[in-house]
Ligand binder design. Structure first.
Ligand SMILES: [Zn+2]
Length: 129
């Protein structure tokens, strides 16, 4: 049995839980506080499932983190999603250099075990094969 670490942000099929404003602006994650483009809020902001794919804009390998509980190295990528929003996220491979412009897709990876021994999955991005 598997459980998602952050089910409010993504689904088991690798799609992302974003939102769309009536003005057309697409954002991630879903929120109802206000559109950063036009200021509309409430019912003008509706959930939208975003494709789990995009292009890598940049990435960096973190070799030492101030929080000793975070295991380094790990790689953070800035990704322009196919649906518009730009996200900063962890990449699957902690040490691999990836060219900007590379097509990226989501991947669910094991991130520990839950209370009942179930595998907890978290979302990362990896180059599309
Ligand atoms: Zn708007």
């Amino acid at each position: 049995m598997e459980t998602l670490l952050k089910p409010s942000l993504y689904a088991t099929d690798g799609t992302l839980q974003g939102g769309r404003c009536t003005c057309g602006h697409v954002f991630f994650p879903m929120q109802g506080h206000g559109c950063e483009v036009c200021g509309r809020h409430g019912a003008d902001l509706q959930p939208m499932v975003l494709k789990g794919r995009g292009k890598l804009l940049s990435s960096t390998i973190v070799h030492l983190h101030i929080d000793k509980a975070r295991t380094a190295p790990f790689t953070i990528g800035k990704i322009a999603l196919a649906d518009g929003p730009v996200v900063r996220t962890l990449l699957v491979d902690p040490t691999r250099e990836i060219e900007p412009g590379t097509a990226m897709v989501t991947a669910l990876v094991p991130a520990g075990a839950g209370e009942n021994g179930q595998t907890i999955l978290d979302l990362r991005f990896t180059p599309e094969t």
